[in-house]
Design a protein around this ligand. Structure first.
Ligand code: CA
Length: 237
């Protein structure tokens, strides 16, 4: 009999740990809850999990430090659980190479759906050392290339003349090609100033970004619209 996938959960609030554990188990996953980062690392050494849910605020230190330790040992997908006030942390988490984040209070249904989506992506990837964008060589992803040091985006070999926010939007979308970002997530990740945060801001910038991509390659439309959800990037188009 095949054992069901193991999810490790690092969460120091017992009520959340219990609710998440119950939700995962009712979906056929095994869940092992740890109240500290240290306990998580011990559990990780005992049995390789399919995925880790990692609270950013743990009693024995930051979830980000725990994440770095996890990455030294394993390429297992990691989803951060973060409080709303830690908005900047979410950006940091994704830039560090986490697979996703969920903001508290989250819906259990949404959390389980995210877990399922990530596990569907396939086997555990090898751990890759995180490079700071400022020192990294241009990153090629399908038809896109991103030179973070020079802040230049290329599409089909042509560098794009982008506004700051078009650049930031594309940068965010490129970090996880295929991942669907809601307008709210794109605003949080691509806009530094929290003023003028309207969903249609995203729509208008997506529109202008699309026009610039179309000017390079008129037949492809690599930015996908997911009705009622948001946008993702297909780097192969
Ligand atoms: Ca906590």
């Amino acid at each position: 009999m095949q054992t069901s996938p193991l999810i490790l959960l690092a969460e120091d609030e017992p009520a959340i740990a219990e609710a998440v554990g119950f939700a995962l188990q009712s979906e056929g996953y095994r869940c092992r809850a740890c109240a500290t980062g240290g306990a998580l690392l011990e559990a990780l050494a005992q049995e390789p999990p399919a995925l880790i849910l990692l609270d950013v605020g743990l009693p024995d230190g930051s979830g980000f430090d725990v994440f770095r330790r996890v990455r030294e040992l394993s390429g297992v997908p990691v989803v951060f659980l973060t409080a709303r006030k830690e908005e900047i942390d979410r950006v940091v988490g994704l830039e560090m190479g986490a697979d996703d984040y969920v903001v508290k209070p989250f819906s259990l249904r949404e959390l389980v759906a995210r877990v399922r989506t990530i596990l569907r992506r396939g086997p555990v990837r090898m751990a890759a050392p995180a490079l700071s964008p400022s020192v990294a060589a241009p990153v090629v992803s399908g038809k896109f290339a991103h030179d973070g040091g020079r802040r230049v985006m290329s599409y089909h070999g042509q560098s794009l003349d982008l506004t700051l926010h078009e650049y930031r939007l594309l940068e965010v979308l490129l970090q996880h090609p295929g991942r669907v970002y809601t307008r709210g997530q794109l605003l949080e990740l691509a806009w530094e100033a929290p003023d003028h945060r309207l969903d249609r801001t995203i729509d208008s910038h997506i529109k202008s970004l699309r026009a610039k991509l179309r000017a390079v390659n008129g037949s492809a439309d690599p930015i996908r619209t997911h009705r009622g959800m948001g946008y993702s990037l297909d780097t192969s188009a």
